[in-house]
Design a protein around this ligand. Structure first.
Ligand code: DHB
Length: 309
């Protein structure tokens, strides 16, 4: 039984897409909703539509991916229209990722979402690494707190944030201290890509992607240990909130690891991009088989139970 209930939502599977993958256009979102995914999240949106960065801006790698998409999206009205038309009765919760080009843009979008009062939940992206000149908000603790102060004034319902990876226990403490102050913050998604990596093609003596002189966010198996550390450390520090695990899930084993580290549900990015939505059925079957072999009947039976030797 892979079912999970959280924040008043019911999901038949804990697996869904990571924002950015297969979720820019309505037809892709519809395919996700028709797949074995347990939920659907939209591409991070800005106030106005964006074409994104020049190509090549995504490359598959031996153990993951690098991308610098630059927030190509149809503009927030498109995703709010989609959220208005969405069939919530199907039992696949809808999340809307919001990533304004400024705090004001994010607040305008959330204000409109509040006004519509739909059953979808926003995931506010504090961690897009790919817009030249725009730092990742999540690495500026004061700016994160200021944005969250403004968000809870304009958005009265439950919401979540997508965090960048942190690499030092002091930073886990600092961000958790910020987040704890907001009772309507229902979930934190850990992690976004490891930002500003550089992958080199030795034959051509070129960076693999064009934007930002080759710098892009790393995803896939490269980031799994960093993702698990962030999931475990935020789950420990925020025991009354949900952590959404994201990073390096390619099989049932990694989904199990995320949940063992404390994740309530698990997002899939690079693997979904490479394999398509059939990944949800395969990984769910692998997770079920692994649980059966260990004698676990539910996700609750092992969630957050990671030990140390
Ligand atoms: C993009 C990448 C991200 O990691 C993110 O969180 C939002 C947007 C992008 O490049 O489009």
């Amino acid at each position: 039984d892979l079912s999970v209930s959280w924040l008043g939502l019911s999901m038949a599977s804990p697996l869904f897409n990571a924002s950015g993958v297969m979720c820019r256009h309505a037809d892709e979102l519809d395919r996700l909703a028709a797949s074995c995914a347990g939920a659907v999240i939209t591409k991070s949106c800005t106030l106005e539509p964006r074409a994104g960065n020049p190509e090549p801006r995504y490359a598959a790698l031996p153990f993951g991916s690098i991308n610098s998409m630059g927030l190509p999206n149809e503009g927030f009205r498109y995703y709010l229209d989609y959220a208005r038309r969405y069939d919530y009765g199907r039992g696949k919760p809808l999340f809307v990722s919001v990533s304004g080009m400024s705090a004001d843009e994010t607040l305008t979008i959330l204000g409109e979402l509040a006004r519509l009062d739909l059953p979808c939940l926003p995931e506010v992206n504090l961690s897009c690494p790919n817009v030249p000149g725009k730092p990742q908000t999540g690495y500026d603790f004061a700016a994160s707190a200021a944005l969250l102060d403004a968000i809870v004034r304009i958005y009265p319902k439950t919401f979540g944030v997508k965090l960048p990876p942190y690499f030092d226990p002091v930073h886990f403490d600092m961000m958790a201290d910020v987040l704890r102050a907001y009772p309507t913050l229902g979930f934190v998604t850990c992690i976004n890509s490891i930002g500003n990596a550089l992958v080199v093609d030795v034959e051509r003596e070129l960076a693999l992607i064009r934007p930002k002189d080759g710098l892009g966010g790393l995803g896939g198996s490269y980031v799994l240990p960093t993702a698990l550390a962030n999931v475990r450390e935020f789950a420990r520090r925020l025991p009354d909130r949900h952590v959404v695990g994201c990073g390096g899930v390619t099989s049932g084993a990694e989904a199990f690891m995320h949940i063992l580290c404390g994740a309530t549900v698990v997002q899939i990015g690079t693997c979904l991009y490479e394999e398509g939505p059939g990944a949800f059925e395969r990984i769910a079957a692998e997770l079920s088989a692994l649980m059966r072999s260990k004698g676990y009947r539910t996700l609750d039976a092992f969630r957050g139970r990671l030990g140390t030797p």
